[in-house]
Ligand binder design. Structure first.
Ligand code: ADP
Ligand code: MG
Length: 492
């Protein structure tokens, strides 16, 4: 049963405009928002606690800055307001982008929303997380799977499918060293903590999870925990609230490898930093490996104490940059392999050329093209460009006549000098006519300008060339392909 991908949901969810104060009825999907909030609750509450207070609690409405929940009794209402309202509010803020007041109605009959409940059942209870002990009779593969799920690792993120480019070479080397070093219990670990940083979608989570997966693959008895900083802090706050600090600390003390993602959000929890610092120290002194990821370097994280910052900086700080073009193409090819799908290279190149900043977006675009390919024939270049929402018009405006000359020259293998010359040999004339045709029809340049680009004075030459090429392309598919190739190289 699929749990919703919380991280993905949060990043992809449209963020409402927080400045707008005029709207009264926001078009929030309350059901979706409640799913997110419930997921958050399930992360920090145990099953009994969750079922006691939230199994028949729903989000009824969000309006005028008030989120209205419903539950089934006055007793529940009181408990939720007393013990959980702060946390609920922060989850709601995160999910909606708005600061909301909380109101709770009592609906005695209890509304049945079976579909939602069925889809979002518990997958595992938080207590199982890190310290599951294995009985000797379990098979290795079962152990491995169980270890992965209790570590909260996604098996799809491995070293095998992580493409290393110049942008991530150091980060990957550090990752390999960490795997190698994990059994080194007596000597100090080489890099501890490891602090990865890089903008969103560049592969931080993938790489950290690959480390966790590899460590467990080598030894399923190793205790690995992957958590977001928010999960970690939520657990910590809950432990403090229920006076189970010691349980919390000893749970994390037993871990061999602790991976904390999106550590930049520690900014939002200034009061709990002290405790976080101590947890770090405990682990560090016990020679346990810690890996952290953030969207910015430690010095740019606001609201943190110098002690915590220097802890972050005290091991290995490695960045992951945006991948270059070649790496992006390689990542797309790897992604196709993983998905067992095929997409022509030229479309991979088109995607890689036009989406530069995030591998996540790169993969999103690839998925769209795969979907389109599944619908029928191979999509056309223009269609793919449209899917990718490429601004073809503005690209067109940026293309210079020189680019048209260069590309046509290379596709037709005739030097620009010859194209601009008076020579009338058929293959040279043809290339020249193609240049004129593209300058006129695609760049929509004035006739005189087109003529000038190929050293001609008479604009009727241009009109003639355009007519000729149009006609020839209808009769000669190889010529049509060549012209199409020129266009691709020029415009995409
Ligand atoms: P971040 O945590 O930095 O925001 P992710 O690790 O979530 O980014 O990466 C986003 C997506 O891009 C994931 O699906 C991931 O598998 C993929 N990805 C990122 N970098 C690479 C890479 N170098 N090789 C293969 N896939 C990658
Ligand atoms: Mg991430």
């Amino acid at each position: 049963m699929d749990k919703i991908d919380f991280e993905k949901y949060i990043t992809e969810m449209p963020k409402p405009n927080m400045e707008s104060t005029t709207s009264t009825v926001e078009d929030f999907n309350t059901e979706d928002i409640w799913k997110i909030v419930s997921e958050n609750l399930k992360m920090i509450l145990d099953r009994v606690e969750y079922n006691s207070w939230f199994s028949d609690t729903y989000l009824e409405d969000i309006r005028n800055g008030v989120a209205t929940l419903s539950c089934s009794s006055e007793f529940k209402r009181g408990t939720i307001l007393r013990d959980y309202s702060k946390f609920l509010q922060s989850c709601l803020t995160r999910a909606t982008g708005q600061n909301l007041q909380l109101e709770i109605l009592i609906k005695s009959s209890g509304i049945k929303r079976k579909d939602t409940q069925d889809r979002y059942e518990f997958v595992s209870t938080p207590q199982q997380s890190s310290v599951t002990l294995f009985s000797g009779i379990e098979s290795d593969s079962k152990k491995y799977k169980q270890a992965l799920s209790s570590a909260r690792l996604n098996p799809k993120y491995t070293f095998d499918n992580f493409i290393v480019g110049p942008n991530s070479r150091l980060a990957e080397a550090v990752a390999q060293a960490v795997v190698h070093d994990i059994n080194n219990n007596n000597l100090t670990k080489s890099y501890n903590p490891v602090f990865y940083y890089g903008s969103t979608g560049v592969g931080k989570t993938h790489l950290m999870q690959a480390i966790g997966n590899e460590v467990i693959k080598k030894d399923p008895e190793k205790k690995v925990v992957y958590v977001s900083i928010e999960q970690f802090l939520n657990e910590m706050i809950e432990a403090i609230r229920t006076r189970k600090n010691e349980d919390f600390r000893s749970k994390y003390r037993e871990v061999d490898l602790l991976i904390i993602d999106d550590i930049q959000f520690v900014e939002d929890y200034p009061k709990t930093q002290e405790e976080l610092f101590h947890t770090f120290n405990t682990l560090y002194q016990a020679n346990k490996q810690i890996i952290l990821a953030s969207d910015r370097p430690p010095r740019e994280i606001k609201n943190i104490t110098d002690r915590l910052r220097s802890r972050f900086e005290g091991g290995m700080v490695a960045d992951i940059q945006i991948p270059d073009y070649e790496t992006r193409v390689a990542i797309l090819k790897q992604s196709l392999l993983d998905k067992n799908a095929t997409v022509p290279d030229m479309y991979l190149e088109l995607i890689a050329k036009n989406i530069e900043n995030s591998v996540r977006e790169l993969e999103g675009a690839l998925n769209k093209v795969i979907t389109l390919s599944k619908l029928g024939e191979v999509p056309t270049y223009e269609e793919v460009a449209r899917i990718l929402q490429l601004d073809i018009e503005s690209k067109r405006n940026k293309v210079t006549p020189l680019k048209v000359l260069d590309v046509t020259s290379s596709v037709f293998d005739i030097s620009v000098r010859y194209i601009k010359s008076k020579r009338r040999m058929a293959h040279i004339s043809l290339a020249r006519q193609v240049v004129m045709y593209i300058l006129r029809t695609d760049l929509e340049l004035p006739l005189e300008t087109v003529a000038k680009e190929v050293n001609r004075t008479d604009h009727t030459t241009v009109l003639h060339a355009c007519k000729q090429i149009e006609q020839k392309m209808k009769q000669d598919s190889r010529l049509a392909e060549k012209v199409e190739l020129c266009r691709k190289k020029i415009f995409f």
